[in-house]
Design a protein around this ligand. Structure first.
Ligand SMILES: *Cc1c(COP(=O)(O)O)cnc(C)c1O
Length: 421
């Protein structure tokens, strides 16, 4: 459920008409709903009630500080995958002891920044990384709390580019080598081993792969404890999918996922961490765009929008489906026709949908891409020297621009010309 509903024939974000935001900030833009962000966070938080836990929002999904602050004030921790994300979370007021540092290639500089500023734990992905974290911690005179990410060799049954839990993926250490790697960690002076981490992929639409992975983690917990390690925290990753096509998809609910966690690892008495990103932000955001032209082609009509693949890359990159709806509600029984919905960028990959049935639209009409809150704005670029589009946050009847559209001067003046030119 989200808070983007039609009222009196026009699409609203909470109590604000999207047309009003479009008039104020111009198109295209991203808009997020505070109530939806909070609702999704609380679904996870409540699903783990009765177990010591922390929901660490995977901020790579949508990392604007206004979003981080909204979630942090509700009690969320953050999962970060770079120094930039770490500093952004800090800037949004998240204390270090609520920031988990994940990622397969943390550099020495990133590790130093997090150790100096405070960190809940590092999720370690390899032995060389473990050595570097230990060395930097020793040099700074601190101990680094760590979990080790294990790769359970489970097929997440998701898009190949976002599956991470098979042995051929670059993530974690093979679960079969865990004993050896935990023994090495225990021998290093700068580390305190506190738990196990696993994350098998994103946009999972079934619970079975989680169940397989978490059962392996439960077994491993008992094995490592018997080998003398204190395993008291389990980071179970993120990855729960969302319905992109509302008509025919029903991925598992957070409450079912929470029950699965309690069933598979609840008996171990560990503190539970989860790192959902997409499910918190995905359906809490829309991209709103305007039709520039309706163009008739050979046997097909094109809707040419002012939004493009540089603004929302998921269709081009992952063959992702987004519901695209008119901002003015379609009258019941109104005529529909198929359109290819495209942006103005100079590649055929700049296609959002092919032969999508839509009501008849004309130049100037607004459309909204649903489920664009996660992996939308954060993956946008200035390809074709198109400005990053603004982000807007709605709270009840208020809205605020949380990232303005840069001016062309700002963009162009970032280049510097060498002396020889
Ligand atoms: C991307 C990622 C997540 C979040 O995945 P979602 O599918 O957005 O929930 C969580 N943990 C790690 C380590 C990740 O890389």
């Amino acid at each position: 459920m989200d808070h983007f509903l039609y009222r009196d024939g026009s699409l609203y974000a909470e109590d604000v008409p999207l047309a009003e935001i479009a008039a104020a900030v111009g198109t295209p833009f991203y808009v997020y709903s505070t109530a939806t962000l909070l609702r999704h966070f609380r679904l996870f938080d409540e699903a783990l009630e009765g177990t010591e836990h922390l929901v660490c929002y995977a901020m790579k999904a949508a990392s604007n500080q206004a979003i981080l602050k909204t979630l942090a004030q509700a009690g969320a921790g953050m999962d970060v995958v770079s120094e930039g994300e770490y500093l952004r979370a800090k800037a949004a007021g998240v204390p270090g002891d609520r920031i988990v540092f994940s990622g397969v290639g943390k550099t020495a500089a990133e590790i130093r920044t997090a150790l100096s500023g405070g960190v809940r734990q590092f999720n370690i992905e390899s032995e060389p990384e473990m050595q570097v974290v230990s060395a930097i911690a020793s040099e700074l005179g601190v101990t680094a709390p760590i979990t080790i990410r294990v790769n359970p060799d489970v097929d997440a049954k998701t898009h190949a580019k976002i599956a991470t839990g098979k042995s051929e993926n670059k993530f974690g250490i093979p679960i079969a080598r865990a004993s050896e790697v935990y023994a090495l960690a225990a021998s290093l002076p700068g580390l305190e081993v506190i738990g196990i981490d696993v994350h098998i992929g994103s946009q999972l639409t079934e619970l079975a792969p989680f169940e397989l992975a978490y059962r392996k983690v439960a077994e491993l917990t008992e094995q490592l404890r018997s080998e003398g390690h204190s395993i008291r925290r389990l980071d179970l990753g993120g990855g729960l999918g969302i319905p992109y096509a509302r008509s025919n998809e029903a991925p598992p609910l957070p409450v079912e996922y929470g029950a699965l966690i309690k069933r598979t690892v609840g008996h171990l008495g560990c503190e539970i961490e989860i790192e959902p990103g997409r499910l918190i932000a995905g359906n809490a955001g829309l991209m709103v765009s305007k039709v520039i032209y309706v163009k008739s082609g050979e046997g097909r009509d094109f809707l040419i929008l002012d939004g493009a693949m540089n603004d929302l890359i998921r269709p081009a990159m992952y063959e992702a489906y987004h519901d695209i709806v008119p901002v003015i509600e379609t009258a019941p029984g109104a005529e529909q026709q198929p359109y290819d919905i495209v942006g103005p960028v100079c590649e055929s990959g700049d296609t959002f949908a092919k032969q999508r049935n839509m009501p008849k639209l004309t130049a100037g009409d607004l459309v909204a891409f649903r489920s664009a809150g996660a992996y939308g704005a954060v993956m946008s670029s200035e390809y074709n020297t198109r400005p990053l589009i603004p982000e807007v946050l709605v709270h009840e009847d208020q809205f605020a621009v949380i990232r303005p559209r840069p001016t062309f001067d700002e963009m162009i003046n970032r280049d510097t010309i060498p002396a020889w030119l």
